[in-house]
Design a protein around this ligand. Structure first.
Ligand code: FES
Length: 217
């Protein structure tokens, strides 16, 4: 297996910020939607996990990569997810802090792309479930390296692998990534398309090649 320093690539004395920056660039190039392959994508993700875990050549043999999508504890058979598009919320002048946000949305006669609900099957990530039900939710890397797929969990919980770039304060606020998050509660309410939230601007990646590939599918 190649050294993670060569895979990203970064110098052996690179700091956390340099490793994160290199990962964000490499994970995009490696994605199958952007000319890479599934194996290259996994190689880059594993290299990033290794470096975050304090990789040294001596520890290489013991390293176990994390699974692609992991759940925290029990996963329900199916989960019902009620969703709302952040852009619609913004257009209506509603706030993420409104206690009756979803009740308001339910009574606003919104387009099904903007508000509604669907079921998530076991082992589907939230993004996969949305796509499998015909919705086009935003994403870019599918590797935990951006905020393009971010959602705000208003009710319920979505699992999250440890190797994501979201700052702790955002995680504490209920922001999760839909590309690798699996519902761990039977009922959920999420605001998707959160990439337009100003606080997430710096963590966004250019989505165009991926959205274009999606549209061409
Ligand atoms: S699409 Fe980049 S973290 Fe989910």
């Amino acid at each position: 297996m190649p050294s993670p320093f060569d895979v990203l690539p970064v110098d052996p004395d690179a700091d956390e910020e340099e490793i994160e920056q290199a990962y964000r660039e490499r994970v995009i190039e490696a994605h199958p939607d952007h000319g890479g392959s599934a194996s290259e994508f996994q190689l880059v993700r594993t290299a990033y996990e290794q470096l975050r875990a304090g990789y040294s050549p001596e520890s290489d043999a013991e390293f176990e990569p994390e699974p692609d999508v992991e759940t925290d504890g029990e996963q329900p058979a199916t989960s019902r997810v009620e969703y709302l598009d952040y852009e619609v919320l913004d257009d209506h002048g509603w706030s993420l802090d409104d206690e009756d946000l979803f009740e308001t949305a339910a009574g606003a006669d919104l387009d099904p792309a903007d508000y509604g609900e669907f079921l998530v099957e076991p082992h589907e990530s939230l993004l996969e479930a949305a796509e499998n039900r015909g919705f086009m939710w935003p994403f870019a890397c599918r590797g935990g390296a951006c905020a393009n797929c971010a959602v705000l969990v208003v009710e319920g919980e979505l699992s999250m692998p440890g190797d994501v770039i979201l700052p702790q304060e955002m995680i504490e606020r209920g922001i999760r990534l839909s590309c690798n998050g699996i519902p761990t509660t039977k009922e959920m309410q999420v605001v998707y398309n959160l990439k337009h939230l100003p606080a997430l601007e710096e963590l966004r990646l250019p989505p165009r090649p991926f959205e274009q590939a999606y549209l061409n599918d």
